[in-house]
Design a protein around this ligand. Structure first.
Ligand code: HSE
Length: 296
């Protein structure tokens, strides 16, 4: 049985729409082995499809097909800690698990670049799939076929405090609300900030992050779909966060917080409860520099 640990991811990082993403220490686990038929078990009770439509199975099947190998079935066991449709890369985690699992079972016919490319082709954009596989912060350009990427490890004590609303927001819906075109001025606004984000994170110029996470490509539109979203941002800033941004396509909201800001999580939890958002979860996370690993 191959045992795989896959991290959650936070994509876009404000202005880096479809280009930037980082991995976090919040994990799904997938056990996978060949079988005569499809056997899919959820070990934590999360509802998952148990037929060929299961994303881990479907993705593994794609790799078997590409390699010209017949697949009768797989036994897959899943622990889905990463909540679905919340902007934390749950689909990408399943895609990476399927690809990495199948690649192991087939004797590793695919290299790392193949897996980065295939996962982006399946998902449609690379900013969750690439960091889920590679870890760290990943800058990626997907030309429709290949991903041109750089992974950088981030050595920081920063906390990534995620607020997870109690409702789902499907990526298709969160993409459908975006404008088809933007102005030259807004393009410059975004690309300068996306570049500023990685450079500032990697060099420790955290005071830049607040400016860096502003964008005109997606957050202004998507925040309309998230009641109380702006209040959460305001609260995070009032409690001293360096920056607050929409994680991926949302609805999760991320605050980047100094390690010395000791009571941030407790204060934010208290504030959310006061707002009537007791069902929204708060987790303190950190960057995972390793990405997907095979565990024993
Ligand atoms: N970059 C993607 C988006 C991430 O914002 O739609 C979600 O998959």
């Amino acid at each position: 049985m191959i045992k795989i640990q896959i991290p959650a991811t936070s994509a876009n990082l404000g202005a880096g729409f479809d280009a930037l993403g980082l991995a976090l220490n919040y994990y799904n686990y997938v056990n996978i082995e060949e079988a005569d038929k499809i056997i899919i078990e959820s070990l934590d009770g999360t509802a998952v499809p148990t037929d060929a439509s299961n994303l881990v199975y479907d993705t593994a099947h794609i790799l078997y097909d590409i390699c010209g190998r017949k697949l009768n079935g797989l036994k897959i066991q899943q622990i889905n800690n990463i909540p679905m449709a919340r902007g934390l890369g749950s689909s990408s985690a399943c895609i990476i698990a399927g690809l990495v699992g199948a690649n192991q079972l087939l004797g590793e016919p695919m290299g790392l670049d193949d897996l980065v490319n295939l996962s982006a082709q399946i998902e449609g954009h690379p900013d969750n799939t690439a960091p889920a596989l590679l870890g760290g912060i990943v800058t990626a350009v997907f030309d429709g076929k290949c991903v041109h990427w750089v992974k950088q490890e981030v050595y920081t004590t920063l906390k990534f405090v995620v607020v997870i609303p109690d409702f789902e927001l499907k990526t298709e819906k969160a993409r459908a609300c975006l404008p088809k075109e933007i102005s030259h001025k807004d393009a410059v606004y975004n690309l300068s900030r996306a570049a500023l984000f990685s450079a500032s994170l990697l060099t420790g110029k955290y005071e830049n992050l607040r400016t860096a996470v502003h964008d005109r490509l997606h957050q202004p539109y998507r925040m309309e779909l998230i009641p109380h979203g702006r209040d959460v941002f305001d609260t995070a800033y009032s409690l001293g966060a360096y920056a607050a941004y929409l994680s991926g396509a949302g609805p999760s909201l991320m605050a980047i917080v100094d390690a010395d800001n000791e009571y941030f999580v407790g204060k934010l939890r208290f504030a959310l409860d006061k707002m009537g958002l007791s069902d929204w979860e708060v987790h303190e996370l950190h960057i995972d520099n390793i990405g997907t690993r095979i565990i024993n």
